[in-house]
Design a binder for this molecule. Structure first.
Ligand SMILES: NC(=O)c1ccc[n+]([C@@H]2O[C@H](COP(=O)([O-])OP(=O)(O)OC[C@H]3O[C@@H](n4cnc5c(N)ncnc54)[C@H](OP(=O)(O)O)[C@@H]3O)[C@@H](O)[C@H]2O)c1
Length: 369
């Protein structure tokens, strides 16, 4: 009898807690204006999507370069713009994955004009060579999508003899490489105007420290000072701040017809979300966390086709006429939820810091453990 009383009591508590959690989650997902809520399909069903595939205009004669175009969002973008008639250039780092991606593009768009560009974002020299090759092969660039990226990882890191990347491989790939590539291709983008630069960032930028003192070589290389989430957030915040600073400079220099905009694509069911589970949680815990992450992706994440819509909007929607914006799913203008994202002084400091990093001698890659 006593056991049955306990059982009923516990069940009642569990039911009330679940109900409360459900209420709270629904309220948050549907009504709360947060980046996270916007990335949940449940929340987004309440809003009309700001863009759809049917609205992609003809891109005939437009030249589009997408970094990290071998999978996920980048590959989906490549398929859509190629189908819309753009001369599509897929940035890749592995020959086999590049070829497989190109085959997929031709599979959905047999008449496309698509090709590959070797573009390893983890190598400064690789980015330099890619920009030079692009300029040799093409006489214009109308859309640059800075999409390639990696998830934060506690696993083995790439180190570089310039000392920049001791612990921030995501910084170079997700941000610094794109800063370098954009600046190298800027003259081409300006000559081809109207043109666009799309920075694929992440809502996780909000995990970056609120103060700007991390903008130093010592700080970005200090593993102990910043958590894995902070480090990923710093790279994503840098992308946003770069997008805004670039927009201000383009306006100032009379290139208002080159649009620089940033997006958060949403939580999208790509390999990025599961890539580092083993590294980050270890072999044992990883076995438990892995299926949970996959379940989370199935239930909450956007399909890749939907996740690509927000970057696609920034890349080609005729209704977007200005730069300096930040868009979240699906193609909704949004505020950057970190004070440094729009801070002009931080934007200028980041620009100078990035130039200093790129001017450091040394490039050879050293794989560390
Ligand atoms: N998925 C999400 O939930 C989510 C959320 C917020 C933001 N994002 C952002 O969306 C962008 C696209 O990610 P995704 O979700 O589509 O992930 P993904 O499927 O893993 O695609 C990442 C792409 O980046 C490429 N890449 C990685 N390191 C590279 C390097 N060193 N050089 C050249 N290319 C490199 C990958 O090439 P390989 O095929 O060679 O690996 C791949 O093509 C990323 O910038 C990510 O930060 C994604």
């Amino acid at each position: 009898m006593a056991v049955s009383g306990w059982w009923w009591g516990l069940s009642l508590c569990a039911a009330m807690l679940s109900w409360q959690a459900w209420q709270w989650a629904s309220w948050w997902a549907i009504f709360e204006e947060s980046d996270f809520a916007r990335s949940i399909p449940l929340g987004n069903r309440q809003r009309a999507p700001g863009f759809s595939l049917a609205e992609v205009p003809s891109l005939a004669g437009r030249i589009v370069l997408i970094t990290g175009a071998t999978s996920g969002i980048g590959l989906q973008l490549a398929k859509v713009v190629a189908r819309a008639g753009a001369v599509t250039v897929l940035g890749y780092r592995s020959e086999a994955r590049g070829q497989a991606a190109l085959d997929q593009v031709y599979h959905v768009a047999p008449n496309a004009s698509a090709s590959l560009l070797r573009l390893d974002l983890s190598s400064r020299r690789g980015v330099e060579a890619a920009a030079a090759e692009f300029a040799r092969r093409f006489d214009g660039l109308h859309v640059l999508v800075n999409n390639g990226g990696i998830a934060a990882s506690l696993g083995p890191r790439l180190r570089f003899s310039d000392g920049v990347e001791e612990c921030f491989q995501e910084r170079r790939v997700n941000y610094l490489a794109h800063f370098q590539l954009t600046l190298a291709l800027l003259p081409l983008l300006q000559r081809s105007a109207p043109s666009r630069i799309v920075h694929v960032s992440a809502a996780a930028h909000r995990h970056a420290p609120l103060h700007s003192s991390w903008l130093s070589l010592a700080s970005i290389n200090d593993l102990a000072a910043h958590s894995i989430h902070e480090r990923y957030g710093m790279a994503e915040l840098a992308q946003l701040a770069f997008s805004n600073e670039l927009h201000r400079r383009l306006q100032r220099d009379g290139h208002a017809d080159v649009l620089s905009n940033a997006v958060h694509p949403g939580i999208v069911a790509t390999g990025l979300l599961t890539a580092n589970v083993q590294d980050n949680y270890g072999p044992l815990l990883g076995r438990v966390v892995g299926p949970l992450v996959r379940l989370r992706n199935k239930v909450l994440a956007y399909e890749v086709a939907d996740g690509a819509l927000t970057p696609l909007y920034a890349a080609c929607s005729p209704s977007l006429r200005t730069g300096g914006g930040y868009f979240v799913p699906i193609a909704q203008p949004w505020r950057i939820s970190h004070p440094l994202g729009t801070d002009k002084e931080f934007g200028r400091a980041l620009w100078t810091f990035s130039e200093e990093l790129l001017a450091r001698p040394g490039e050879e890659e050293i794989r560390s453990t």
